[in-house]
Design a protein around this ligand. Structure first.
Ligand code: GCO
Length: 255
């Protein structure tokens, strides 16, 4: 108990956008590793369903409803979580949206929505949570990056710009807060089987391209990110910071 490098017993984790996909899988995985997990969403019904499912599995999970692009809601809800659980030890900035359209026609309002949710919200939530981490001289920040933190493809320019920003923001967090014993790292999925990617999964041509372009020859399942997330959330990574770890089946390693 507590001797295992990867044991999260006694830790409190906040995961944004965690009612489905990657966030939901990481909520289950961190809770199974011993953490008390608070999952965030902006949709009350989805949040309730996700909390019920995970608590039904015997996991210590609760919900926190807030729009992470709204600084006042972020402040109020993070303070409420800290009041209830005493501290937030692990922050997983996962929430993200994807909008696909040719860059020359990209809708300005949609661009803003993607950058607000996928990048600015990472700043807003982390700025609020890190206050307690600095006070306690301890914290783990895990930012969900993307293949698009490194490479681009047509029609996802807003997402790509945002995820490139998340990679560099992660490094900024790492270098500014290492002196407070806070580690900030990125976790970059490859092509992953989530609701966000359902249109791609259902497209035979795109599906064939992903399986051909990925050395492992397949999509990844969100559950395959759990091991890396537990590593980055645990004592095992206390001297690892400013790194982006890609769980991508080798796609970034090959032409
Ligand atoms: C796309 C996909 C990708 C993946 C993921 C890859 O349209 O190409 O949405 O962006 O979701 O981010 O790491």
């Amino acid at each position: 108990m507590g001797t295992d490098l990867f044991d999260l017993t006694g830790k409190v984790a906040l995961i944004t956008g965690a009612t489905q996909g990657i966030g939901f899988a990481l909520a289950r995985g961190l809770a199974q590793a011993g953490a008390r997990v608070v999952i965030n969403a902006r949709n009350a019904e989805k949040l309730e369903r996700a909390v019920a499912k995970l608590t039904g599995e015997g996991l210590a999970v609760s919900g926190s409803l807030f729009d992470l692009t709204n600084p006042d809601q972020v402040r109020t809800q993070v303070q409420a979580i800290e009041a209830e659980f005493g501290h937030i030890d692990i922050l997983v900035n996962n929430a993200g949206i994807q909008r696909r359209m040719p860059l020359e026609n990209f809708d300005e309002a949609v661009w803003q929505e993607v950058l607000n949710t996928n990048l600015t919200a990472v700043f807003l939530v982390t700025k609020q949570v890190v206050q307690g981490m600095i006070a306690r001289k301890s914290g783990k920040i895990i930012n969900i990056c993307s293949l698009m933190s490194e490479l681009a493809r047509p029609t996802v320019a807003a997402y790509t710009a945002a995820k490139g920003g998340v990679k560099q923001l992660t490094k900024s967090m790492a270098v500014e807060w290492a002196k407070h014993n806070i580690q900030a790292n990125g976790l970059g999925p490859g092509y992953i089987l989530t609701e966000m990617n359902q249109p791609l999964i259902d497209d035979p041509k795109f599906n064939a391209w992903v399986c051909g372009r990925t050395p492992a020859g397949r999509w990844t399942d969100p559950s395959e990110l759990v091991g890396t997330a537990v590593f980055l959330a645990s004592r095992a990574s206390d001297f690892v910071t400013g790194q982006i770890i890609y769980v991508d089946g080798g796609i970034l390693a090959t032409l």
